[in-house]
Design a protein around this ligand. Sequence first.
Ligand SMILES: C=C(O[C@H]1C=CC=C(C(=O)O)[C@@H]1O)C(=O)O
Length: 409
Amino acid sequence: MSVALGTTRPLPVRTTPVGDPGDLLASLPRTAPYAWIRHGEGLVGWGEAARVAVPPGPGRFAWARQWLAGVFGYAHVDDAVRTPGSGPVAFGSFTFDEDAEGSVLVVPQAVLARRDGHAWLTTIGEAPLQTFSPVRDPGRISYGDGSLSAPQWEHVVARAAQRIRDGELEKVVLARDLVATAERPIDVRLLLARLAGRYPECYTFSVAGLVGATPELLIRRTGQEIESLVLAGTTPRGISAADDLARGAALFASTKDRSEHECAIASVRQTLAPLCSSLTTPDEPELLMLPNVQHLASHVSGRLADGASVLDVVAAMHPTAAVGGTPTDIAIKVIRELEGMDRAGYAGPVGWIDAHGDGEWGIALRSGLIQGRRARLFAGGGIMGDSDPAAELTEAQAKFRVMQYALEG
Ligand SMILES: C=C(O[C@H]1C=CC=C(C(=O)O)[C@@H]1O)C(=O)O
């Protein structure tokens, strides 16, 4: 763990209202930018007042909560805004697999935020100097296979579908990675600007090198109120409006996709119900149309029964069947056996939490891990007994397009 400031004195945190800052992403420096943006609103952060590598293991969320309690408890807060996301905030990314290294929490030194037309700035200690450097293009991008080639992955999908037909499990989500190499170092700010521009409906995020635009909200906590957007069941976009309509109708009518979605909703309902005094899940999914794919989507809302923080709820929910499978423990075992790669933060929880336990966490889909000139991109899909490996590959390719666009424009 590192706490940059105040080892003997409390962390001085100050939040003040500010005028319209314009494009939040335009404020970010080149190195280690933090972001959580949807429809131009959200939070961006820079500098590091505190940072910790969360140790792997089943107790990692409890450990993280304790660490946060220590850091937030140590803060001397002057908050003139008093809204979710004001005062000290931590950004976080947790690995998909609880046994993997790589989960991280960071309390930026500066956070600029906007919601419902109100904007505010939080600084910890001396406001870090914002050095403006031009956003740089990474140049030509070349791609190589990650852990498995496309035919190898199709083979793995076929094996998983067979295990489902054999009755070992009901659903498993399998993913693959692609390695992108750029001519020049990849400037995360360029990726964020492109993602937020093309995917305004998604949550564009950046935490410790993990960058993406996910449509899937794992959980938002605002006081006692919680919301989640459950996605599962996908078809690529069509070539015309009529084609889109036909594909959407086919998605609704597909038994495979409807059962896949039902598994995801059931897992969310099962983990949220014990935490909530009321919980609403729709009877039927809706269609979420994104520039690259259409999803079956269900809005879930509820009221927490006690004072669980957003991270407590994340701990209870992860991994949902939208990224793990059903039953969860067997799906995780099958993923470890078949996928042949470390998912790192892909499909793990990513988001932010404030000192009151409010926050927003997404599932890190449509994302990549950026390191210098290299990016590891991830995409996957839910596999059922009747999954067609070629169709699953096409779906994963459509999902990769989000990060390919971010890199290439
Ligand atoms: C696993 C991914 O998507 C999940 C979320 C939405 C739809 C999904 C699907 O239809 O398979 C997946 O469950 C991914 O984007 O890599």
